[in-house]
Write a protein that binds this ligand. Structure first.
Ligand code: PEP
Ligand code: MN
Length: 338
């Protein structure tokens, strides 16, 4: 339920309404808009009739039911786009954020060199996996905490904030203490325990769409995170499974306008995992920019042939630099800040 407050409500009044919502057994999420504050009351649907008691509160203008099953993620509760800021990197509301880095952290030299060079080329955030979700248990699983330390060293040297994946709910605090943003990968998009724990932690989250989740399911996963109090969620379309096998997955570019219609959250494109092929990455980044995406996340490696993971889809640093030059040109036509 959306509790719409009258214009110009004082902070104290807003707090009193929040208290009342909580007493009724719901979680209250205040959303401060340009004109007025609204409070999203979310909880067990079976008890929603209890909220009608709020209609009698003087500062409450009206109660509006949220029709979508995802509530806090929905446009119904917040019409303006959410801008997620991770240090200097901004996503949404006209900002096109660029995340670049290797699939996985391998050595100090590899991650520090990549960070410095992608920053120089125009990246705003570094990526790199320390905990890798691999299809084979015999494949490189990541450097784990050592990888997190190397990412922190790369941040120190380059000044770039970093996002890295967390796979287990028990590791959220460990990964979260090092990282600027937590990534929840495609394979974990419906790991509800992980979503809840990461949402509680509070740092921004890059949530990747699962290879077989519908947009509605994807937004429901975002809802898990938001319902725990995290406000900064970046959605990431990274390709879905189809019959097509010329690419690793099929990039669902239409997810961008669909999500923009339904949600205030930013949506970025990961063309590296979507295609699995380096040469297809730049054209799909241009498509992302053209269709209004809020950013990209691309895999970049100083020597892709030697990469321990996802080399064939990783751009060389020079390729990435050329890509950013082109994207900057396009951004002028699209009114995006890069
Ligand atoms: C990744 O970004 O490193 C990754 C494993 O991606 P996905 O979860 O989209 O497969
Ligand atoms: Mn990868």
């Amino acid at each position: 339920m959306i509790i719409v407050l009258k214009k110009g409500c004082k902070k104290k009044t807003v707090e009193a309404v929040i208290k009342k919502v909580k007493e009724l057994g719901f979680k209250a999420h205040a959303i401060v808009g340009v004109e007025r504050t609204v409070i999203g009351a979310v909880g067990d649907d079976r008890d929603k009739h209890l909220l009608s008691a709020l209609e009698a509160v003087p500062c409450v203008e009206k109660l509006v039911p949220i029709l979508q099953p995802y509530k806090l993620a929905s446009k119904e509760i917040r019409r303006e786009p959410t801008v997620v800021k991770v240090d200097g990197a901004c996503f949404g509301g006209g900002h096109f954020g660029v995340i670049a880095g290797p699939c996985s952290v391998e050595t100090e030299k590899q991650i520090v060199e990549t960070a410095i060079r992608v920053k120089k080329a125009g990246a705003r955030m570094l990526r790199g996996g320390a905990f890798k979700p691999r299809t084979s248990p015999y494949a490189f699983q990541g450097l784990e905490e050592e990888g997190l330390k190397l990412l922190a060293a790369a941040r120190k040297e380059s000044g770039l904030p970093f996002v890295t994946e967390v796979i287990n709910p028990e590791d959220v605090e460990l990964v979260g203490d090092y990282a600027d943003a937590l990534q929840i990968g495609a394979r974990n998009v419906q790991n509800f325990a992980l979503l809840r724990r990461a949402g509680k932690f509070g740092k921004p989250i890059v949530l990747k769409r699962g290879m077989s989740t519908t947009i509605q399911e994807f937004l429901m996963s975002a809802e898990y995170v938001l319902s725990e109090g995290c406000k900064n969620v970046i959605l990431c379309e990274r390709g879905i499974r189809t019959f097509e096998n010329a690419t690793r997955n099929t990039l669902d570019i239409s997810a961008v306008p669909v999500i923009h219609e339904r949600s205030h959250l930013p949506i970025i494109i990961d063309p590296s995992h979507a295609t699995g092929v380096r040469n297809y990455v730049p054209p799909l980044c241009f498509a992302a920019m053209a269709c209004g995406a809020d950013g990209i996340m691309v895999e970049v490696h100083p020597d892709p042939q030697k990469a321990l993971c996802d080399g064939p889809q990783s751009l060389r640093i020079e390729d990435f630099a050329a890509l950013v030059v082109q994207l900057r040109k396009l951004s002028k036509f699209n009114g995006k800040k890069m």
